[in-house]
Ligand binder design. Structure first.
Ligand code: PLP
Length: 385
């Protein structure tokens, strides 16, 4: 592999790399992976189409962004020449207090994605099984396949929810981890307290059950929606993950956490990068945790936006999946990709979810009132209504 460059004969300039196949060098898990497709960034669409007036309802961010308290803390610029507190002492203490547990039950992550990955890297060897639902959050597949796991994907219920009983039945001696998203992204579906307790009681101790509560704050006031974090103190093989990326409005800072038995946390800690959560993220998260006013405003905005969008869908005759998150999945009853493209051309970014096995659906994040209005109007236009 020495002749790495195609060179322009006349000028001697390097023009491009010579093709070089590295896949035979990669681990089997990586060879089988398809990269995660994030929502299209606003800047990218600007570059591609030269549009200026763009709205992005594609990554389930809080349209209000960070709260005033977090922003204030960020303005007091800490000493960025120093490494962050690798143990996250202050934030973990606050989170422990918030959840009524011990700090050694809290693992900080560079986003909760980081925690999901720490879990598979800690517990799953090549050939081990990881169970999750069809249409579940894409990172479960990525984190599992990257370590060479066998993904056991359980068909969803008719309404795209997790079929927990079937997930429990799929457990074998080789099962190491089970991922449950509550509510799930992209479907918005959720499981009740009774259903989850039932699952936890029927899954044997050698399976780590991860309940991913990335949208907890949006859902917590819904009757029957459980707070699985309170079960962590009694169920040793349960990990609950939360994030500051969604309702807390700090997606750009990358911070989330896991709650678990301290000895499980200690194992995750062994492979956690020593400084996985940066200084600014730790500071802002502490403040966000205390900013109940911003949280209340964010949740209220989401509730009214949900109402606005579902009313709009009803009047357009579009079916949608009931959602406890800050997003809704709509059924276009035809391959949705061309609708996605036409929305893009009009400066509206939503999320196609064919990679989730739902080619006829689009996922739209709930935005500010005027963004929702523009989305509904543009969608109506595209559909010729
Ligand atoms: C957004 C999301 C996450 C969290 O991502 P971060 O890494 O914390 O930004 C986790 N799980 C689900 C289901 C999500 O939708």
């Amino acid at each position: 592999m020495s002749k790495d460059w195609i060179v322009n004969e006349e000028t001697g300039d390097r023009v491009d790399w010579v093709d070089c196949d590295f896949t035979h060098l990669a681990t089997p898990g990586v060879v089988g992976l398809t990269p995660y497709h994030p929502g299209k960034p606003i800047g990218e669409l600007k570059r591609e189409l030269g549009l200026d007036d763009i709205i992005k309802l594609a990554s389930n961010e809080n349209p209000l962004g960070p709260g005033a308290k977090a922003l204030e803390a960020l303005k007091q610029l800490p000493d960025l020449g120093r490494y962050p507190d690798g143990g996250g002492f202050s934030l973990r203490a606050k989170l422990a207090h918030h959840h009524g547990m011990r700090p050694d039950m809290v693992t900080l992550g560079n986003g909760s994605n980081d925690i999901l990955e720490l879990i598979t890297r800690t517990f799953v060897a090549p050939g081990d099984e990881v169970i999750y639902s069809d249409h579940a959050f894409a990172v479960y597949a990525l984190a599992s396949q990257a370590v060479g796991a066998k993904s056991v994907v359980i068909p969803a219920t008719e309404d795209y929810g997790h079929y927990l009983r079937a997930m429990a039945r799929a457990v074998t001696e080789r099962t190491k981890v089970m991922f449950v998203a509550n509510p799930n992204n992209p479907t918005g579906s959720w499981s009740t307290a009774a259903e989850l307790r039932d699952l936890l009681e029927s899954v044997p101790d050698h399976v780590i059950v991860v309940i991913d509560e990335a949208y907890f704050e949006y859902a917590e006031n819904v009757a029957d929606y459980p707070n699985a974090a309170i079960w962590v103190s009694e169920i040793a093989n349960l990990v609950v993950t939360r994030t500051f990326s969604k309702a807390h409005g700090l997606a750009g800072l990358r911070i989330g956490y896991g709650l678990s038995h301290p000895q499980l946390a200690e194992l995750l800690n062994r492979i956690r990068q020593p400084f996985n959560v940066n200084t600014l993220a730790q500071l802002a998260a502490e403040e966000a945790l205390n900013d109940s006013e911003h949280m209340a405003r964010s949740v209220a905005l989401n509730n009214s936006g949900m109402q606005q969008l579902t009313t709009g869908f009803d009047s357009l005759g579009i079916h949608y999946l009931p959602s406890l998150g800050n997003f809704i999945c709509i059924d276009m009853e035809q391959p949705a990709h061309s609708i996605y493209d036409q929305l893009l051309r009009r400066g509206v970014i939503v999320r196609p979810i064919d990679n989730y096995g739902m080619p006829n659906h689009l996922r739209v994040s709930i935005g500010l009132e005027e963004e929702n209005t523009r989305f509904l109007k543009t969608l109506a236009e595209v559909l010729g209504n």
